[in-house]
Design a protein. Sequence first.
Length: 166
Amino acid sequence: MNKEFRRKDRAVTDINQIIKIIDQAKILHLGLVDSGFPYIVPLHYGYEYDSNRDMFIFYMHGAKTGRKIELLRNNSNVCVELETDIELDSADDVPCEYGSFYSSVIGQGCASIVDDVEEKKRALNLLMENQTKRTFEFTEKMVAAVAVIKVEIKEYTAKARVKMAQ
């Protein structure tokens, strides 16, 4: 994590806080490149943090064919965005002073399609644990029916504007 912020007061640098944001968010927005234009897909995800490499590894699943898979095969460079704690900060009658409370993580990295059956099972369980807090048994037939996307994020930043306790 090495990007500079204009609003340094909103930077989140503690890895435990960053992990908390990722744990609380339930949708990951995956940004892909489509003929030079951004294409963004909201997806459920699972993840793990590799502290030795200071890297997040996100897993998503979907159909084995389609625009998302085609774009990934053409260009593996992607970005991810996750947000949580969204709440309007009202300014009553002054529209230009409205704002929002939030916590977010943005990262850039490389995507690949997971082919290994055991890695796909593990990835799908990470996804289910993140979404349901449960683990499941996945058969080879189940994992063969879906594509699993792996995104390794080495460059990331996190920001938050939190509501002060009253």
